[in-house]
Design a protein around this ligand. Structure first.
Ligand SMILES: [Zn+2]
Length: 179
């Protein structure tokens, strides 16, 4: 696995460019990693609905839930699917719109300075072993490229948006990524 520091692209990822991103504020260094979960429809795995959601092409007739979310303009840098395959929607150099209203250690707007990784899953269902393996490899790589992402700066969405967000949920076993 390799990250091209200029393009911000991960070589092993399937690239699905999302328009839901913009430039990071000038001079911002990347020093936070945010773990999320997503599945569409909730609890269903596979298919291309997440790709469609992050590229604003979700078919609202395909599921009742989609009409609730189809107007949202969101993304993440990466998705780790149930089988461990990685999708990249936004280059790390760009600001992905994953955290929303958020605060880490007194600093708001976490999208500015973070990388967002989605695990395909739910708060309650155990994640796959391969997802943890891939996430660990990714963390090792990201820490090399962005040394500001220290172990105590790897958090869940629920940590930076408490009361509003619950992912990655109780199903996420933090001991599997903390060394
Ligand atoms: Zn989230």
């Amino acid at each position: 696995m390799h990250i091209d520091i200029h393009s911000g692209l991960l070589d092993v990822a399937r690239q699905v460019p999302s328009p839901n991103c913009d430039a990071r504020p000038a001079g911002t260094s990347i020093d936070l990693l945010v773990i999320h979960n997503i599945s569409l429809p909730p609890g269903c795995f596979g298919g291309d609905a997440i790709d469609c959601f992050f590229t604003n092409t979700l078919d609202v007739d395909a599921d009742p839930f989609y009409s609730e979310i189809s107007e949202l303009r969101v993304s993440a840098h990466l998705l780790i699917q149930r089988d461990g395959a990685i999708v990249q929607y936004v280059p790390f150099t760009q600001r992905a719109w994953h955290a929303g209203v958020s605060c880490f250690a007194g600093r708001e707007c976490c999208n500015d300075f973070s990388i967002g990784i989605e695990l395909e899953g739910t708060d309650e269902l155990p994640y796959e072993a391969i997802q943890y393996q891939v996430l660990r490899q990714l963390i090792d790589l990201l820490v090399q490229v962005y040394p500001g992402i220290r172990q105590d700066r790897i958090v869940g969405h629920s940590d930076i948006a408490p009361g509003r967000k619950t992912d990655p949920g109780p199903a996420f076993d933090w001991s599997k990524i903390r060394t």
